[in-house]
Design a protein around this ligand. Structure first.
Ligand SMILES: Nc1ncnc2c1ncn2[C@@H]1O[C@H](COP(=O)(O)OP(=O)(O)OP(=O)(O)O)[C@@H](O)[C@H]1O
Length: 252
């Protein structure tokens, strides 16, 4: 559960893309805080601006306007201070297929300066945690989607980040794997880590999140606990709330 201190502070965030003569405002004057120890979800239809926001929070894309502070550091000027404090599980998993699970972990560990004397111990611990010990020395190219997702998340936490950013944790995974991913997220959160994720699964947002931000057309149209969001929109489930807040029109 969350403390009352913000660990992420976003003020009047804007991102404008210029593409093929068009100007696209992907994120349009968005402000919010994420509290330390919170599980914070971002939902919204395709093109709502979730991934762009995610990329700016994780220092990968520079904002066009506004400010972001992560753990007190400014994303414009102190991104080098932010990177060691965060773990990123991207939507397009970035594992090396020609390396084994263990080699992928070693590579990430070295990139994030995990001390040599604890590296092996940590790798064994995390492989066991996600049930991949017996696959440690297999090439990841042959892994199932669920195995890749489990390996990707432990690659992201090997350096013990304070905040985990997780883009669509369970897209394309079967219900068993989804359950195991949720358990893992709750375990990390129970250890005090803050989690920020995007999802298209309303059940996932409802089950996991302390608070959910609803984005639509670059704006944040609601931010509250799943229960309060349902109550405010008079809906019995989050899917209904979502449609209520973002409309029925299909987005391209
Ligand atoms: N690099 C880019 N260049 C131009 N336009 C972009 C770029 N990245 C995103 N956009 C546009 O910005 C808008 C928001 O996109 P974004 O990917 O952030 O939405 P999303 O909510 O993550 O959608 P999805 O659920 O489909 O992943 C869209 O109109 C998208 O086409």
């Amino acid at each position: 559960m969350s403390n009352l201190e913000p660990i992420i502070e976003v003020k009047n965030l804007v991102k404008v893309f210029h593409s093929r003569g068009r100007t696209i405002t992907a994120v349009d004057d968005v402000s919010f805080d994420v509290m330390e120890g919170e599980i914070f979800g971002m939902i919204g239809p395709n093109g709502a601006g979730k991934s762009t926001t995610f990329s700016m929070l994780t220092t990968l894309v520079k904002p066009s306007g506004g400010s972001i502070k992560v753990a007190g550091f400014d994303v414009y000027k102190q991104d080098d201070k932010i990177r060691p404090l965060i773990g990123i599980v991207p939507q397009k998993l970035s594992l090396y297929p020609d390396l084994t699970a263990r080699e992928n972990l070693e590579l990430m560990g070295r990139l994030y300066d995990v001390p040599k004397d604890v590296m092996n111990e940590k790798i064994e611990y995390y492989l066991k945690l996600v049930g991949l010990s017996s696959h440690a020395d297999r090439f990841t190219g042959g892994f199932s989607g669920g195995m890749k997702q489990r390996l990707s998340v432990i690659c992201a936490v090997l350096h013990e980040p304070q905040i985990i950013f997780w883009d669509e944790p369970s897209t394309g995974l079967d219900p068993q794997t989804r359950q195991s991913i949720w358990k893992l997220a709750k375990k990390f959160n129970g250890e005090g880590k803050t989690l920020v994720f995007t999802t298209h699964y309303m059940e996932e947002a409802d089950n996991l999140c302390d608070r959910v931000a609803v984005m639509n057309l670059g704006k944040m149209v609601a931010l509250d606990s799943p229960e309060s969001l349902k109550e405010k929109t008079g809906s019995s489930n989050l899917e209904e709330t979502f449609i209520n807040l973002t409309g029925e029109e299909v987005r391209d």
